[in-house]
Write a protein that binds this ligand. Structure first.
Ligand SMILES: C[S@@+](CC[C@H](N)C(=O)[O-])C[C@H]1O[C@@H](n2cnc3c(N)ncnc32)[C@H](O)[C@@H]1O
Length: 380
């Protein structure tokens, strides 16, 4: 068995239950079309296929043909699962927008795979049908506790591991802990994060799987990370020696053999939903969802506001219906105010006709206006 295959098998042994719970939390619709991006050893495939049932379809893709072979071995000839050795970029380029109901991305939106995971999220979201789900699952390795009882040593070892895998630094937006922000920026709604604790203890039902995972997956990474990066994370030779004693099976200090040992990995799921399409609507009712229109004021309104204040300037436009203009301000005027709505042009017109223009302009409006207003075409 290759290292890769052993690693994926060991991971599946401890993670399958958490992955199943995470998949189940979405209530994927029976018959849904699902894409598993970077399927690796295919740990999520059985849970996804069970969720969508015999009428659904799950496509697992991975850039590595060796991973696809592992996934194929895991799922056998599950009729609703198909597997392809492809880069996710080419899959996005050849998949119709809106043709996928759910996308599962397990431990793949990492900076060491993609320079710009937020951009990949945005492109993946383009494949989702309205109401579709993007689920980003991570084992959350860097929040794990495998050296239980040795927190300081473990912090340094994890820092060395982060350097080994070129995990983004604090505050860098490509760090996988920014997944909720990536989903929101891509326009997904109902974005939520949930933790699925994976716990290994000597009394647990999957202790055999945990021991294998520690020996095949965790301890080799810890040793390689410390060998390469101990000085960078402030570890001295004595620390490295201490680590080796704690993680070498069969030695008296082997940590998982100590009473009360607990291994803990808080797997994390961040998921969001693309906005649903609006349900079926009655076509006739829909035409009545109109808009408001406003008549613009003409520059001449400075001299004479015309009839706008009596007719209103706002109208609701909708299909096959002629609406009245709405809310003319004059409606709320007291009678006296309406009576006194006089303007210079309306005063001048009759005055000029009778040859008294000069008199009118100079005269007190209190005298001239009542007669003019009665003749004003703007009066209601
Ligand atoms: C850490 S593994 C996770 C595997 C699996 N999803 C799981 O949860 O166990 C990441 C996988 O993503 C695949 N991968 C990386 N870059 C990819 C790309 N551009 N397109 C498709 N798969 C990719 C890797 O080959 C690897 O199998």
């Amino acid at each position: 068995m290759s290292d890769l295959s052993a690693w994926h098998d060991a991971w599946a042994g401890v993670a399958a239950a958490a992955v199943s719970d995470a998949v189940a939390s979405h209530g994927l619709a029976v018959g849904a079309r699902v894409l598993d991006v970077g399927t690796g050893g295919g740990v999520a495939l059985p849970a996804l296929a069970n969720a969508v049932g015999p009428d659904g379809r799950v496509v697992g893709i991975d850039i590595e043909a060796s991973s696809v072979a592992l996934a194929r071995r895991r799922v056998g000839d599950y009729p609703t699962i198909s597997l392809e050795a492809r880069d996710v970029g080419s899959v996005i380029g050849t998949t119709a927008p809106g043709s996928v109901d759910a996308i599962w991305a397990g431990d793949v939106l990492w900076r060491n795979y993609f320079d710009n995971p937020a951009d990949l999220v945005r492109r993946l979201v383009g494949l989702l049908a309205p109401g579709g789900i993007l689920a980003v699952f991570t084992g959350n390795w860097y929040s794990s506790r495998f050296l239980y009882g040795h927190p300081e040593l473990e912090r340094r070892v994890l820092a060395a591991s982060a350097r080994r895998w070129a995990v983004a630094h604090d505050g860098d937006a490509t760090h996988h802990e920014h997944a909720p922000a990536w989903l929101e920026a891509a326009g997904l709604r109902e974005v939520r994060m949930q933790i699925y604790p994976m716990v290994g203890t000597a009394t647990g039902s999957n202790w055999v799987e945990w021991q294998r995972y520690l020996q095949v997956g965790v301890w080799p990474d810890y040793l390689a990370a410390v060998r390469a990066h101990a000085p960078d994370v402030g570890m001295e030779a004595a620390d490295a020696g201490r680590l080796e004693a704690l993680i070498t099976p069969g030695t008296p200090r082997y940590l998982p053999a100590q009473p009360g040992y607990v291994a803990f990995q808080p797997a994390m799921l961040v998921a969001g939903r693309r906005c649903s399409a609006q349900g079926t609507r009655n076509a006739h009712s829909e035409t009545h969802y109109g808009i408001y229109a406003f008549t613009p004021a003409s520059p001449l309104a400075l001299v004479d506001p015309g009839v706008d204040r009596f007719t209103g300037t706002m109208v609701f436009l909708e299909s096959h219906k002629r609406n009245e203009f709405l809310v003319p301000p004059a409606r709320d005027w007291a009678d006296v105010a309406r009576f006194g709505d006089c303007r210079r042009p309306c005063c001048c017109r009759p005055s000029c006709r009778s040859g008294c223009c000069c008199w009118c302009t100079l005269a007190s409006p209190a005298i001239a206006m009542p007669a003019c207003c009665a003749m004003s075409p703007a009066s209601p």
